[in-house]
Design a protein around this ligand. Structure first.
Ligand SMILES: Cc1cc2nc3c(=O)[nH]c(=O)nc-3n(C[C@H](O)[C@H](O)[C@H](O)COP(=O)(O)O)c2cc1C
Length: 191
């Protein structure tokens, strides 16, 4: 029964697919709710964020770091940094890029440091890397072998209907479910 918010940016729709997959995963945990907020709409939603048990951040990787629109959101939170309203909330992150690597670990690192600035508790991905001897991953989670958060890769010539692939969407859902489960333990279980 945890209350999770996903704040994300997506320029061309591929990272939005990941955000939707995270939300599906959150809601797989019975009684948990998930609200998706695009960074374009966040200025009217700060109170909603302050109420959440957990906030999951999502951004495409542009030029080896979080997109400028997501960075704009990060900097906007400096308005309440001194009050620390996100202290002890859970935080997690996901990112998506065109290349298999694409330097997207840097985007997750940015998010984790940002969460630490707000005294949040970072939740990584509790999945071993997928293994393949053929290049096909057949539905395995964590295709890209990430630990800090959920990674996705979207071929740039494919639409968000087709990219990122199902393995990456399922990995995002797994992260959402994990955050919802841990948020319930942290915020809604008797000590
Ligand atoms: C300005 C810009 C910079 C990009 N930089 C990178 C990059 O550094 N590494 C990479 O692998 N892909 C890069 N890409 C590709 C995007 O990460 C990829 O197309 C992603 O799916 C876009 O997500 P979106 O549809 O949610 O915007 C870049 C795309 C744009 C538009």
């Amino acid at each position: 029964m945890s209350d999770v918010v996903v704040v994300y940016h997506s320029g061309y729709g591929h990272t939005r697919v990941m955000a939707e997959a995270v939300a599906l995963g959150v809601e797989r945990h019975v009684g948990s709710t998930c609200r998706l907020i695009s960074v374009e709409d966040v200025n009217t939603q700060w109170e909603r964020l302050h109420r959440a048990d957990a906030i999951i951040f999502g951004a495409p990787t542009y030029m080896g770091s979080a997109s400028a629109s997501f960075k704009h959101f990060m900097e906007a939170t400096s308005a309440f940094y001194l009050a620390q309203p996100w202290r002890d909330k859970l935080a997690a992150g996901f990112t998506n890029s065109g290349c298999l690597c694409g330097d997207k670990l840097n985007t997750l690192l940015q998010m984790a440091v940002f969460a630490a600035q707000h005294s949040m508790i970072w939740v990584g991905l509790d999945l071993l890397p997928a293994r393949s001897s053929t290049g096909l991953f057949d539905g395995q989670l964590n295709r890209l072998g990430s630990s800090l958060g959920a990674m996705a890769q979207s071929n740039v010539e494919q639409s968000p209907d087709d990219a990122p692939p199902p393995e990456d969407r399922s990995t995002a859902a797994h992260l959402g479910e994990r955050v919802a489960r841990l948020a319930e333990r942290l915020h809604h279980s008797p000590l």
